[in-house]
Design a protein around this ligand. Structure first.
Ligand SMILES: Cc1ncc(COP(=O)(O)O)c(C=O)c1O
Length: 388
């Protein structure tokens, strides 16, 4: 039998997930030379100050393994940032672990803290790596669907979905793909459920610096929550360095123990010089953060106006860099067909979000566009949308 005939070997927990939808759409978009508003990564370069910091970090000899929990300069900068911005009072040495992107922060937290028999509540739609990671840990999931078009966080529905096996809830704010920024009131209601039921919270806050309406609230900052929350963050979205894969997990020492127990055997550490550059990036950036939001607001408004003119229905994103639209006016049977049709007919790539749901039918009338792109790219997308 030639290697071509050898069946693929994939461990059983991963078999249901197949190839990521991002890779599939990217391939189609490249082939069709489509304007690409699919994947959530900028098509412009990172700011000069962070590129310079990376060059300096390499030149000044940080090229061997760093400490397992992260370079001390970086864990200190993360702790200061969390104190100032996220109103969390944390100790860098015992409560911060730097990881290979937020993706590893998610997997190290799940693998280090959960086990077979545990159950986790997900609020669909969810970012696509949560379910495979939980499956690898042999953890079962229950889904509570946030209902379009408002995608409100329904704490009562989450409470009702809990069983005696429920160990944790995973949340994400600002939210990919809905663009929601959960309000303090919504998070307080969820926090009450978590305290009463003694649950952990995995809180993915990678878009915490990209907020247009309202304020970013870290659930760990609410009363009684610091002790039960794992806050998951990343440098990639804030500083347009998604390829660096520098992330971190913030958790109290008794939970950090489990995260580090997994992290030391998954990657041990992310790129050491980039951790030093990240430490420089996180210091004194208030002007940069203001400009970042203002630039993304311009991109959001431009794209949303074009989408509205083209007949899409959606709620304006409050944060992050995605807009989730109803595509039903296109007359396509589901989200995958609508994405294919948009690539083939007008040369515009987007993401079908049904894979973000336990029950794909719940996302089949939706389609996600990313606006973390140059203004020229968005204008090119608008030209294509005008053909509709
Ligand atoms: C909600 C969410 N969490 C985590 C990640 C992954 O972050 P990183 O690239 O730092 O691993 C992404 C990336 O798109 C995301 O949207």
């Amino acid at each position: 039998m030639s290697s071509q005939d050898t069946p693929n070997q994939i461990a059983s927990p991963l078999r249901p997930f197949g190839e990521s939808i991002f890779s599939q759409i990217n391939r189609m978009a490249i082939k069709a030379q489509a304007v690409n508003l699919s994947q959530g990564c900028p098509d412009f370069d990172a700011p000069a100050f962070i590129r310079e910091a990376a060059r300096d970090a390499i030149e000044s000899g940080n090229n061997q393994y760093g400490p397992m929990a992260g370079a001390t300069e970086l864990t200190a900068a993360i702790a200061d940032d969390a104190r100032d911005f996220m109103k969390m009072d944390i100790d860098a040495a015992s409560e911060v672990t730097t990881t290979c992107g937020c993706t590893e922060a998610i997997s190290a937290s799940i693998l280090g803290l959960l086990q077979e028999g545990d159950e986790v509540i997900l609020m669909d739609p969810v970012y696509d790596c949560y379910r495979p990671c939980l499956a690898l840990a042999n953890v079962t999931t229950r889904s509570v669907t946030m209902q379009a078009p408002d995608f409100a966080l329904d704490a009562a529905a989450i409470d009702a979905a809990c069983t005696e096996r429920t160990r944790a809830i995973m949340i994400n704010t600002p939210h990919n793909p809905t663009g929601r920024v959960f309000t303090r009131t919504e998070l307080e209601a969820l926090a009450e459920v978590c305290r009463r039921r003694d649950l952990l919270v995995f809180s993915d806050e990678v878009y915490n610096r990209i907020v247009f309406e309202g304020e970013h609230v870290s659930i760990a900052s609410l009363p009684g929550m610091a002790d039960r929350t794992i806050t998951l963050c990343s440098l990639g979205k804030t500083f347009s360095v998604t390829g660096w894969k520098i992330g971190w997990a913030i958790a109290p020492p008794h939970l950090t123990a489990g995260i580090r127990a997994a992290h030391q055997f998954i990657t041990f550490g992310s790129a050491h010089p980039l951790q030093h550059a990240a430490a420089v990036a996180l210091r004194d950036r208030s002007e940069y953060y203001t400009q970042l939001v203002s630039d993304y607001r311009e991109s959001r408004d431009l794209l949303c106006e074009g989408l509205r003119r083209a007949g899409f229905k959606f709620n304006m994103p409050e944060g992050g860099y995605f807009v989730l639209c109803d595509h039903t006016h296109l007359g396509q049977p589901d989200d995958i067909a609508a994405c294919r049709w948009l690539i083939d007919e007008i040369g515009l790539a987007s993401i079908p979000p049904s894979s973000f749901y336990a029950n794909p039918a719940q996302g089949s009338q939706l389609i996600r566009f990313a606006f973390c792109k140059r203004i020229e790219t968005i204008e090119a997308a608008l030209e294509r949308l005008a053909r509709l």
